[in-house]
Design a protein around this ligand. Structure first.
Ligand code: HEC
Ligand code: HEC
Ligand code: HEC
Length: 281
């Protein structure tokens, strides 16, 4: 959920350049140097940058826990790892050399050597500040640029079997949902039935695209388009056919929540915020 909360903070994008507005205050986000790209997929086989960051956090924690326990060898082992990874920041992205303070690592080593736990803790805090400063300027855009899923290059079949874009599929889903609701309201049973048939096919076609990102994992598709959803559609068909308008409308509400909104909450929110953040790039 970390990803989403970062996005929600930087909610609106205005003007030229990248600046965002939240609760009336303006915050500016810096665009990361292009050299960062090679430490992310697809340019790299692994998410090297991100994994370096995970290592840094683990090392900071180990050092501070061993400092509390006054365990010198423990501390020293993790300080040397921290030193290696901390200096990798500037090796990987030379433009970020000014964001780090390697001398703090030398000081940390010295204080650890002396067993001066008070200064070890203080120095760790100063190192942490360099982490925090870089994060607040760059983290949101880096996540948006290199780690959020995008849908532009995904093609989905339409109900006639021709290929359409992901967002056209969405427009068509929305048309079908509304056609059903309009037809129910006006008691046009045949139209409602036909539109619900279309909706089922459109979702079926959409479902073919899930494995673009979810690979061999069948669970995400099952969760949103699986058995329970199919049962709802089967019941919808019989409710519409039998003229049970109120029941049909209720079911449509359930479908909108369990299919559309449930998927949007993980996929669309992130996608739309990413588009908004990168609009002026
Ligand atoms: C993969 C899960 C997923 C499901 C299921 C899903 N959507 Fe979407 N929807 C998305 C994503 C992602 C976007 C943003 C896509 C984009 O802008 O390219 C989106 C965008 C939209 C849009 C905006 C279209 C646009 O041009 O930006 C509409 C309208 C929409 N969805 C309707 C629906 C309806 C109605 C349903 C249910 C019947 C539904 N969606 C089911 C993921 C989903
Ligand atoms: C020069 C910039 C910079 C410095 C300095 C920096 N980071 Fe990062 N860090 C980033 C960026 C950019 C991201 C976003 C990467 C992503 O999400 O793919 C990040 C993400 C992280 C994350 C992942 C957060 C999450 O859960 O998604 C952790 C943990 C982290 N950094 C720890 C640290 C620690 C600890 C330090 C200091 C010892 C540090 N970083 C110093 C730029 C920096
Ligand atoms: C462009 C990439 C992409 C596509 C296409 C995509 N997803 Fe996802 N989906 C993600 C990402 C990223 C997450 C969050 C991380 C995770 O859980 O893998 C996610 C999470 C989910 C989750 C919540 C986590 C879970 O496993 O329960 C569900 C459910 C889900 N997706 C369903 C679907 C369905 C259904 C489709 C097809 C209709 C779909 N996704 C298509 C990228 C995608």
């Amino acid at each position: 959920m970390k990803l989403i909360s970062n996005f929600l903070l930087f909610f609106l994008v205005t003007g030229t350049g990248i600046s965002s507005v939240y609760a009336g205050d303006s915050v500016s986000l810096d665009v990361p140097p292009a050299s960062l790209e090679k430490w992310y997929k697809p340019a790299n086989k692994r998410q090297v940058w991100l994994h370096t960051m995970f290592a840094l956090r683990r090392e900071m924690q180990a050092i501070s826990e061993y400092a509390e326990q006054k365990d010198k060898p423990g501390m020293e082992k993790w300080i040397s790892r921290l030193e290696k990874h901390y200096s990798k920041i500037a090796d990987m992205v030379p433009e970020w050399k000014k964001e780090i303070k390697p001398r703090l690592l030398s000081e940390l080593k010295m204080f650890a050597e002396k067993g001066d736990m008070y200064r070890v803790a203080k120095t760790l805090k100063m190192i942490q500040r360099t982490c925090d400063d870089c994060h607040s300027s760059y983290q949101p855009l880096v996540v948006a640029m290199y780690r959020s899923p995008h849908y532009e290059d995904i093609k989905v079949k339409d109900i006639n079997g021709a290929l359409e874009s992901f967002s056209d599929n969405m427009e068509n889903l929305s048309d079908s949902v509304n056609r059903i609701l309009i037809a129910l309201d006006d008691n046009h049973k045949t139209t409602a039935l036909q539109a619900s048939q279309n909706l089922v096919s459109q979702l079926q076609n959409l479902g073919e695209s899930c494995n673009r990102c979810h690979k061999d994992d069948e669970y995400p598709r099952e969760r949103i388009l699986g058995e329970v959803t199919q049962q709802r559609f089967a019941k919808l068909k019989s409710d519409i056919s039998a003229g049970r308008v109120k029941d049909s409308q209720d079911l449509m509400g359930e479908i909108a929540v369990t299919v559309c909104a449930r998927c949007h909450n993980t996929h669309r929110i992130v996608n739309d915020l990413r588009d908004a953040l990168l609009l002026e790039e």
